[in-house]
Design a protein around this ligand. Sequence first.
Ligand SMILES: [Zn+2]
Ligand SMILES: [Zn+2]
Length: 394
Amino acid sequence: MYLYCERVLWDYKQNAYELVFDFYLREDLTTLSRFADLESNNNNTNLLKTLLVLNKVKVESYKGPRPGYWYDIPIEFFEKFLITETEPEYSLIKFNLTMQDNNELNFQQYRTINDELFINNETMNFHKCNFYNELNKLKDENNPKLIIRDVGCGNWNEIIWDDFHLIYDLGGDVKFKESEMNTIINRANLTKKFNVVISHWDLDHYRAILDLNDTQIKLMENIVVPSKMPNTLQLNNAFNRLQSSGINIDILSPAHKTKSGRRIELVSQGKVNNLELFRSSDGSNMNQSGIVITIEGNEKIGVLTGDHHYPQIYNNVLNVTSVKSYVIVVPHHGGNAGEFNKNIWDTLPLSEGALSTKSFRYRNLPQNKIHKFFIEDKSFHCTECHSSDFTSIL
Ligand SMILES: [Zn+2]
Ligand SMILES: [Zn+2]
């Protein structure tokens, strides 16, 4: 069966991986239920629950699964796993399986590349988006307010100017329960119309599309998303929910590269009002196939980065000689995001910002040197250390 590697978590207690997969076919949920003898207690018909968690996994070196890749895994593979009870309040997790021995597994042999495993939708460029037109109509707004929500290891940023409300990433920690997601959604207090930009299609950046209630989701006017979409059950659930709620979905095509070579680039797709949107030239990494936005206020520029890498952000989005200082969301939850050169980043006019993260989820995330530079040296806000949202007037 085709399984998509959504997350590669690290279980510090077990000293082993905790892998989160999603499915391609709904039938495979039944196949796996039967195989794991789950049929009797599998009267759970919640269609949102599709994730498979594999606990206590050891892997051969360099043969582990990579997030954003598909694997064609034979059913016998699961013989080494035993079912463990999943707490009912985990809103997205359907199966929890635990490895029964210490054998190192080889996922790489199952790696598969197949066009069907990615969704092929009609795309457009930024100027054609409804969202672009909406921004174009705004006049003489006050200084925008930037909010970076504390959502565990995930991303949820907001820009509020006067009546215009933009949410960049409706995300949250993949392991958050429904109640934990509800606390975030309550803080966001969605009572007026809003627009959404999704940075890329990792669940920790879009899961709240499934967590919002019907009244809240119907307040969404437009959603702008990047075109590289894994054909997983979760993504299809999210997409179907948007469509059935009548929300306008604008899918942005990848950027044309301006230089030769294999490096992913972030290319400006234009500036409208005080918002500039950058689309990546896309690559094999899901979290590098996305959208970055900047918002210019009277004094500062907010930079919403998703999981994009330091060199691309530095080279294509920021300007060392900018008169206005930057308020930055630290990329990729402080984890590995390409080469981070402290000396280069020290030359930038950074006034403040925030790191949206949670430790002990992934190996080496947030990285010590990143946390030190932004939180200690630059006095940024860490959602984990401060356990609160960050707000700044730009
Ligand atoms: Zn992320
Ligand atoms: Zn911290």
